[in-house]
Write a protein that binds this ligand. Structure first.
Ligand code: ACO
Length: 326
């Protein structure tokens, strides 16, 4: 018995923030941002929108595409690093809005690879054979709320969005073939959010020190991301018994075009097998992979039987790769 993605949906906020807009906010240029990252614009949540809103809209679209009702779901799991609040979990807020009280709902916090981790948790749950048949898996983040809009080193990189998939127990050779997850907590201080948790609760001092915004050593993150995304991709393919040349689509976390390019080159994959939409959305963290999958479905790029490799890296550090026969 395997596990298969039966539907995908996504949602991005309406407001577009372009590189030209950022030129008015910090000392940067469209040319620098495009050359160093590949990003041209990103979406920013409206004042009234939070992560659960983005997640809810993506979920409704995923359900509609498959002709499913919320009642058809047995569980809701959300991968996010920017929950609406510390608790209740964002998944609980989504569950309530879908009107399916009673079903288990919880979040997975694994930084940018949040979707890959959440998908693996759902796959494992469905494999337990304890009554779960269908799970809603969401990757959603509102990074704009933890971005320091006065810091040019980070503010040009991030955007908001959500993607959702419905996964199901499935008989047959399609579905998730292999997943490899990893992490290195000793490197956590290279990308972190200092305050707002139990270590440093919000105080006038944390606010004055701008400690509610993410901090990142970009160059170091870049170096580790390239290495780990390559390693995880190769390990997942090996676990699935496949060679890199058998991959039809690489769908990487969209953090930086140069990281994506380096990963593809290591796998010897030509650009036409690599899905890139970072130019329009920037780094949407846990949302980036399901957002890409949604666009690919919409454009008719994903065909039955194709081998799809998902790979991501992020805060923790955490990383993961999943091989799917679509
Ligand atoms: N505009 C203009 N100049 C800038 C900007 C900007 N927006 N940002 C930095 N610079 C300057 C720096 O100040 C530096 O100037 P200096 O040499 O005078 O000191 C120069 O550009 C080069 O800076 P680097 O940091 O070396 O630039 P780099 O080529 O490494 O690119 C970047 C920086 C884009 C952040 C890159 O390191 C990167 O993408 N890192 C990975 C980021 C990432 O993936 N993060 C997310 C992980 S996922 C998650 O969990 C959220």
């Amino acid at each position: 018995m395997g596990v298969r993605i039966v539907s995908v949906g996504a949602y991005v906020p309406e407001r577009v923030l372009t590189n030209q807009d950022l030129e008015q906010m910090v000392d940067t240029s469209d040319q620098w941002i495009v050359e160093r990252t590949g990003i041209r614009e990103r979406r920013i949540a409206a004042d009234h929108e939070a992560t659960s809103d983005l997640a809810y809209h993506a979920s409704v679209r995923a359900l509609a595409r498959a002709g499913l009702q919320p009642e058809d779901l047995d569980m809701v799991v959300v991968g996010t690093a920017t929950p609406d609040m510390l608790f209740p979990a964002t998944a609980c807020l989504v569950q309530a809005r879908l009107g399916i009280q009673g079903r288990p709902c919880f979040d997975v916090e694994a930084g940018c690879p949040g979707f890959v981790f959440t998908l693996e948790v759902a796959r494992a749950m469905l494999s337990l054979n304890n009554g779960y048949r269908r799970i809603l898996v969401v990757g959603a983040d509102t990074l704009s709320r933890i971005t320091d809009w006065t810091d040019r080193n980070t503010c040009v990189l991030f955007g908001d969005g959500a993607g959702a998939v419905v996964v199901e127990r499935h008989d047959g050779d399609r579905g998730i073939l292999a997943t490899v997850l990893g992490g290195d907590g000793t490197l956590g201080d290279l990308l972190y959010l200092p305050a707002g948790g139990s270590r440093k609760p919000a105080s006038p001092e944390t606010v004055a020190n701008r400690e509610h915004y993410l901090r990142m050593e970009g160059r170091e993150v870049f170096r580790h991301a390239v290495l780990r995304m390559q390693e995880a991709s190769l390990a997942a393919l090996e676990k699935a018994g496949l060679r890199p040349e058998e991959v039809d689509w690489l769908v990487p976390h969209q953090a930086n075009w140069r990281i994506i390019d380096a990963t593809a080159k290591r796998l010897n994959l030509p650009p036409e097998k690599v899905y890139v939409n970072i130019d329009r959305y920037g780094n949407t963290s846990a949302a980036s992979i399901p957002l890409a999958l949604d666009e690919m479905v919409e454009r008719g790029l994903l065909r039955e039987g194709q081998i799809v490799l998902l790979v991501a890296f992020g805060a923790g550090f955490t990383w993961g790769a999943t091989v799917i026969r679509w």
